[in-house]
Design a protein around this ligand. Structure first.
Ligand SMILES: [Zn+2]
Length: 68
């Protein structure tokens, strides 16, 4: 089981009521979903945070950094 996990929750994520975690049986599906999610979050959320993807074992973490 491969998991996509939003590592840290900022106010926008809470407002959007996004799922913090989802599971996939296929690794590629999980990776695609994680990249899509990070891209969407960068486009749609406040713009104050920068989201990326980091793989950790079987998990793909959506990481969050403050933008400059
Ligand atoms: Zn935010």
């Amino acid at each position: 089981m491969y998991k996509v996990i939003i590592e840290r929750e900022c106010g926008c994520i809470r407002r959007e009521n996004m799922a913090m975690e989802s599971s996939f049986t296929d690794k590629d599906d999980a990776l695609i979903e994680a990249s899509e999610l990070a891209r969407k979050m960068n486009d749609d959320l406040c713009g104050k945070h920068q989201f990326g993807v980091r793989q950790e074992g079987e998990d793909f973490l959506i990481t969050m950094q403050m933008r400059g």
